[in-house]
Design a protein around this ligand. Structure first.
Ligand code: THU
Length: 134
């Protein structure tokens, strides 16, 4: 049984590193590989706005760039800088990037450590377009 509470705590730790001087909205993510490693990420904003990278993609890109491609679950937490992080559903771009590397049963853990909600990728991105469609 995967310990999603500790995965969420790691997402909250990662959220502390958020670089979000424009939106003041801080997001953290913790990505669990099938081999049991955890890669974390935060959102990283940019003065030109569109180069901003979400926390989820930071975590995935860190992992893939280290040779990891088999993923089990990801915890995500977000909220305004001056508030405790909580439920933050991944944006559409991040859902698509997750779907590039993860199966339909990949689990996405939202909320906070006291109140975790677990969703399958197929629930958050139904009728997805993937490499199987090419
Ligand atoms: N953000 C994420 O990091 N992940 C999401 O799934 C939603 C949005 C970031 C991007 C931007 O830095 C800030 O939250 C406000 O949109």
């Amino acid at each position: 049984m995967t310990d999603y509470k500790s995965l969420m705590l790691q997402a909250q730790e990662a959220r502390k590193k958020s670089y979000s001087p424009y939106s003041h909205f801080c997001v953290g993510a913790a990505l669990l590989t099938k081999s049991g490693k955890i890669y974390t990420g935060c959102n990283i904003e940019n003065a030109a706005y569109t180069p901003t990278n979400c926390a989820e993609r930071t975590a995935i890109f860190k992992a893939v760039s280290e040779g990891e491609r088999d993923f089990e679950a990801m915890a995500i937490v977000g909220g305004r800088a001056n508030e405790k992080g909580g439920f933050c559903a991944p944006c559409g771009v991040c859902r698509q990037v997750i779907s590039e590397f993860c199966e339909k049963d990949f689990e996405i853990v939202l909320g906070d450590e006291e109140d975790l909600k677990v969703y399958k990728l197929s629930e958050l991105l139904p009728f997805s377009f993937s490499k199987n469609d090419l």
